[in-house]
Ligand binder design. Structure first.
Ligand code: ADP
Ligand code: MG
Length: 242
């Protein structure tokens, strides 16, 4: 009888945390002890009611906030206790973010918005030196998300779905390992939301982009590989995803 030796598999990202917010003298526990792991290439949905702590969980994972107790790990190494500068760099290199309200800069064109991550990452001189290559890369990404015909438009000239596509291109410009999506279809009608989900699913399938998506919409959540649910500050496995 042959025995299979199971190698311990390191998760791409893990989190085991508790987090409260202070309101006056009161401490309000949001995450009471949450354990979450994601493997490379997974597409995971986190569902839960409004106020259940979904955004908080995503912010902790993406180093936008710090846990009170516990830790956040990347490839098995703790990252939440690194010096601020290292955390900024990791956030910029490892994580891409998209949000319900897109957070595009209104005074910049679509193409310029997509260039923001490389402008942040590089010195002014390096950015200037490589600007042509960066612009080409940004255009390619905008083509990929179906916005190749909107390069010089301002965000205010785009539909909601187009704004989210621009935000996705911007997130991809940083070449992230993990895309953190906070209610990415929350402000879109059902049809446009489905199109954005199709785009996310194809990025996951074709580029092995790991995606962690927060949503309160179960039908949207079903499109991921796995669903977890946040309730009363804890995380539980939820139903069967596609
Ligand atoms: P969700 O994204 O599931 O709607 P959130 O993570 O945004 O939930 O918020 C969870 C709870 O934490 C809410 O009660 C919210 O009011 C509170 N909260 C979130 N961020 C802060 C903050 N920066 N300061 C104080 N309370 C906060
Ligand atoms: Mg939220």
């Amino acid at each position: 009888m042959s025995e299979t030796i199971k190698m311990p598999q390191t998760h791409l990202a893990s989190l085991a945390v508790a987090k409260s917010y202070s309101k006056g003298e009161h401490k309000i526990p949001v995450l009471r002890g949450v354990d979450f792991h994601v493997r490379r290439g997974e597409f995971v949905s986190i569902i839960g009611q409004s106020g259940s702590g979904k955004s908080t969980l995503l912010h902790l994972l993406g180093l936008l906030d710090s846990p009170d107790v516990g830790e956040v790990q990347l490839y098995g190494h703790r990252i939440d206790d690194l010096p601020a500068r290292s955390r900024d760099e990791l956030r910029n290199r490892v994580f891409g973010f998209i949000f319900q309200f897109y957070h595009l800069l209104p005074e910049l064109s679509v193409l310029e918005n997509v260039l923001i991550p490389v402008m942040i990452r590089h010195s002014l001189w390096d950015f200037w030196k490589h600007r042509k290559a960066f612009r080409e890369q940004a255009k390619e990404l905008l083509n990929k998300v179906g916005l190749g015909h909107r390069l010089t438009h301002r965000p205010s000239e785009l539909s909601g779905g187009e704004m989210q596509r621009a935000a996705i291109a911007r997130a991809l410009m940083g070449n992230p390992e993990v895309l953190l999506a906070d209610e990415p279809t929350g402000n879109l009608d059902a049809e446009t939301g489905a199109e954005i989900m199709e785009l996310l699913s194809s990025l996951n399938a074709q580029n092995e982009l790991t995606i962690i998506m927060v949503t309160h919409d179960e039908a949207i959540a079903q499109l991921a590989h796995r669903i977890v649910r946040l309730a009363e500050g804890r995380l539980e496995a939820w139903g069967e995803a596609a």
